[in-house]
Design a protein around this ligand. Sequence first.
Ligand code: NAD
Ligand code: MG
Length: 409
Amino acid sequence: MAVNGPKEGKPRRVTILGSTGSIGGSTIDLLQREGDRCQVVALTAQTNVALLADQARRLRAECAVIGDGSLLPELRQRLAGSGIEAAGGAAAITEAASRPADWVMAAIVGAAGLEPTLAAVRQGRIVALANKESLVCAGALVMREAALHGATILPVDSEHNAIFQVFDFDAPDSIDRVILTASGGPFRTLSLGEMREVTPAQAIAHPVWSMGAKISVDSATLMNKGLELIEASFLFPVPEERIEILIHPQSVIHSMVSYVDGSVLAQLGTPDMRTPIAVTLAWPGRMATPAARLDLAAIARLTFEVPDSARFPALNLARQALQSGGAAPTILNAANEVAVDAFLKGRIGFLDITRIVEQTLARVEHVALTDLDAVHDADQAARRYARYLVEPTEDGRVVRVPTRGQGRH
Ligand code: NAD
Ligand code: MG
């Protein structure tokens, strides 16, 4: 096992932003197997104070930060006598992200992860990036800061991690296409009429992957693949029109790179995020993980389909946002976060999610993104408009989005 450390013999200093989530938990699992080869600098979470305190004690972290500042007294109480520093609030998360560390896992969900991720990037070390929304809403800025500070961004998202493993960065001209695979989510075979009725519980029950609620809903609308298209365009030197999306329900091939000579290189594995996380943790080496081994004979069949953009309009919305450039991806992301939250709270229907994104993209100005303030302004403008769309009207029920005509369903 070769986790690359900063100096021979010294433990590697690591931080996890979003340690209580699905990716955070998988990262903790791997770190626990590393024992004293890693020293945990900081763990952060938003509300799950009990789990955060438990993780901080188990991993003997130097500090634990809870984003919801009102929970800081409870965190302090739970850490009493441990010698672990406790802090609370969004600014404290960003401060923790900027503490010297050799490897930072950026696994906060949503645009809320942008500033802590940027703080980690500015340290100029390794950032394992799961928080795709930070690249979607400010990709050019994040990549510019990474180059400026000499940081290495290693993608955790399974598709991008797969591409990273088979992409010849020394010969980008030899690459013909990048093929992002998608499981198709739980509603792959449903009609539009059936999709209109689905509940949040059905949407978060992903057929293959076990993930946080927001990304599970994104997988059901295929907005996740739209966000990943944008993410890929910032991570890899390939133009948008050369990034294809292919439905592959078994999720065995995590993505592919097609070369000009006709070769197609793919990365395969079982659906366990500990594998891509381990790739970033051991990079440029490899480390063992307990992920189940791939048994292709047992799986027997791998199938593929072209995505249906009529039932899953999120794909085209994301592609259009990427083509528009500027703040369009930021607006798409912010509107989607508001709409997914409203859907999870039972305030809007499943098909309303992409309608809200479409309307917000049409109404909020696609300004140029010159700096972080411009990103923040575009994000806030989109959230305001999307929130207006999901506000209950006088009859207390209808979403303020024109329903598509019967003919389009
Ligand atoms: P999750 O909901 O399980 O966990 C999110 C984490 O972020 C939690 O620790 C939570 O406390 C923290 N958090 C939430 N809101 C916050 C806020 N406002 N400020 C600070 N911290 C906050 O999510 P997840 O499934 O682990 O996903 C995390 C990120 O990784 C997302 O961007 C997701 O798209 C990406 N990702 C996840 C998977 C997966 O398998 N779960 C796969 C690929 C990419
Ligand atoms: Mg993914």
